[in-house]
Design a protein around this ligand. Structure first.
Ligand SMILES: [Zn+2]
Length: 270
């Protein structure tokens, strides 16, 4: 399977990829973070429990072994993970993740309390967009992003303006204000940020982050990684050429790589 991923990436012009499974899928993580939804709205909590049960059960030791075996075979693959910031669980999460030899750790915010806001295909989560309102959602997301950026949980912030995923944005002035707050937090964190084509596959129909945020991050010297956030093989490197053109146009000529756990800068392909 991993050999196939690497082959697809190579066919599409990508030399190295990182495998970054979501932290919440692993039994070892479940043991210390489950129940973070308790006390929130019961409808949202029930919807999160349903997703959790469906996606839970992978073994983190086995996951690392499989990726490391592929590395020993010489496949150009990094051992990564996407670490969720979960309400009240950052320390417990850090303790589990810190026991494993990841080459890189993406960090992300998908849950605001018990609300999995990006799962807009699920009724309870979609309805919450109307109930909470765009402005509140954006403000709460920015708060969570600030917590993630200061948490020590990650090396790279994934899809840093994910809150736009459902195509629900507040008016332009408010959006700009929240984007500026998010940029400030990211600049101060010293972390790299991921530029991802995945937003083109969502209602947002825009890469992460927005061009305005990316320009501001570039102006402040923030490093980038490139991602397609592929959840299946045919999505590997999707939109890669378009993404390369965008980051070059913004002014980037280098990309951060995490090879064997070491951060290095590499020239972007022409
Ligand atoms: Zn994610």
């Amino acid at each position: 399977m991993l050999a196939g991923y690497a082959a697809t990436a190579a066919e599409r012009g990508v030399e190295r990829i990182a495998i970054t499974e979501h932290s919440h899928r692993f039994a070892q993580v479940d043991g210390v973070v489950a129940g973070f939804w308790d006390g929130d709205d019961p409808v949202l909590a029930a919807a999160t429990v349903a997703i959790w049960r469906e996606e839970q059960g992978a073994d983190l030791d086995r996951y690392c072994e499989v990726v490391q075996a592929a590395q020993r075979e010489g496949l150009p693959i990094e051992l990564g993970i996407e670490v969720d910031l979960l309400p009240g669980r950052a320390e417990a999460m850090a303790e589990v993740i810190g026991q494993y030899p990841f080459d890189l750790r993406l960090g992300s915010v998908h849950w605001l309390g018990a609300w999995l806001f990006d799962a807009y295909g699920i009724g309870a989560f979609a309805a919450e967009w109307d109930r909470r309102g765009h402005e509140t959602a954006w403000a709460q997301y920015a708060d969570a992003l600030a917590e993630l950026a200061g948490s020590g949980l990650c090396d790279v912030v994934a899809h840093c303006d994910l809150v736009k995923v459902a195509g629900r944005a507040p008016d332009a002035g408010y959006r700009r204000e929240v984007e500026e707050r998010m940029v400030d937090v990211l600049v101060r964190s010293g972390l790299d940020i991921e530029v991802s084509s995945a937003g083109w596959r969502k209602l947002a129909d825009e890469q992460y982050p927005s061009r305005r945020m990316l320009e501001a991050l570039h102006a402040s010297g923030v490093g980038i990684t490139l991602a397609s956030d592929a959840h299946q093989q045919d999505q590997i490197a999707s939109g890669y050429d378009r993404l390369l053109a965008l980051v070059r146009d913004v002014g980037y000529d280098q990309v951060a790589t995490y090879v064997g756990g070491r951060r290095e800068l590499a020239d972007l392909p022409m």
